[in-house]
Write a protein that binds this ligand. Structure first.
Ligand code: NAP
Length: 332
């Protein structure tokens, strides 16, 4: 049987890098769609040692004709749509750009699949942020929970989510959504709070940073480990029937607990270094959210078993190795 071809948008991001690594290990030909192929953009793929194993295309995902050309040329079996303006905080600064890119890119890709080859399987990354204001009595969130998005980012993700389902229902495409809860790694973008905590805490330990400034420490989230989450994306495209799945750890912990565990692991006195600043609070913030991953575990056989302590330990170790690599590497 011929090896499959996967086209990944957002290949330079955290999930794009880990998913590429997974698909390459399964013998896929991986096509990366990116807005820029500079060394800096390919940093995550370089860190994993796979940047030269991928064919790249510079594509404007807002231009349907551009997408049609690439899909017609590369003939992928599977498309993983991961590209998005993915920061909730930034979406309050750039609401129009976030809505435009996250919604139109998804619609364009699905329209291209419908036109060129409806047999192509399509995965879209949706977000737990779509559930937004969940009442405590309605937790944990399941695939049937009501959406109540509270940021431009989550509104864009809710639209892309329903567009993906609509193409499945209207045109019978194999188009599915992974509803991802927060998942972390050393490849997380610099503007995310977990990366800031891990990176700054290690630099405090090394004597090159003196304090860690954070916003609301009371928020509670369901944090998971990114390299395990991409396995669920792949599984979703290997099923007999297309469906949507929540991908999460199933545990809820506060940001305060996250910080405490990181500082504890590094044997640092949290009270001495961590400061809070209300200027870092968001205009609207979800207080608590966590999900139910039983559908993914039962139907996809997604085998996730990393509890919060193990997660923090993995993240601290990975971040230490990553900082060492960045310091040694000439390009970054
Ligand atoms: P990420 O690290 O922020 O990566 C985002 C990717 O999208 C990057 O490759 C980025 O390209 C690309 N991108 C962003 N804006 C773009 C634009 N205007 N034009 C073209 N490309 C653009 O995100 P991630 O953590 O890997 O997440 C992957 C997907 O899962 C995203 O759709 C995100 O919304 C969703 N998700 C993530 C989480 C999470 O906890 N990580 C949770 C729920 C859902 P550049 O490198 O060129 O910037």
């Amino acid at each position: 049987m011929k090896n499959k071809t996967a086209l990944i948008t957002g290949i330079t991001g955290q999930d794009g890098a880990y998913l590429s690594q997974l698909l390459l290990s399964k013998g896929y030909r991986v096509i990366g769609v990116t807005r820029d192929t500079s060394d800096f953009r390919l940093k995550n793929l370089s860190y994993l040692g796979i940047s030269d194993k991928i064919s790249y295309h510079k594509v404007n995902l807002l231009d349907l004709s551009n997408i049609i050309r690439i899909i017609s040329k590369e003939k992928p079996d599977e498309i993983y749509h991961l590209a998005a303006q993915s920061s909730v905080g930034l979406s309050f600064e750039q609401p129009i750009g976030t809505l435009e890119f996250n919604i139109i890119s998804t619609a364009n890709l699905l329209e291209a699949v419908r036109i060129i080859n409806p047999e192509i399987r399509f995965y879209n990354s949706s977000s737990s942020e779509m559930y937004g204001k969940v009442r405590r009595e309605d937790l944990p969130v399941t695939e049937r929970s009501v959406l109540h998005p509270v940021s431009p980012y989550s509104i864009s993700k809710a639209s892309a989510h329903w567009i993906t389902i609509n193409y499945r229902e209207a045109y019978r495409l194999y188009s599915v959504c992974g509803i991802l809860f927060n998942h972390e790694s050393c490849l997380r973008g610099e503007n995310f709070v977990t990366k800031k905590i891990l990176n700054t805490a290690i630099k405090i330990k090394q004597g090159i940073a003196t304090e860690l400034k954070l916003g609301n420490l009371e928020i509670r989230r369901d944090w998971g480990y990114a390299p395990e989450f991409v396995k669920a994306m792949w599984l979703m495209l290997q099923q007999e029937t297309p469906d949507d799945y929540i991908i999460c750890s199933g545990e809820s912990n506060s940001l305060n607990e996250f910080v405490s565990k990181v500082f504890e692991k590094l044997e640092l006195d949290k009270e001495k270094y961590v400061k809070t600043d209300t200027l870092l609070h968001r205009p609207v913030e979800l207080e608590v959210i966590y999900g139910d991953n039983s559908k993914a575990k039962n139907k996809l056989n997604w085998n996730y078993n990393i509890n919060f302590d193990k997660l923090i330990s993995l993240l601290v170790n990975d971040e230490q190795a990553y900082i060492e690599w960045v310091n040694k590497s000439k390009n970054f």
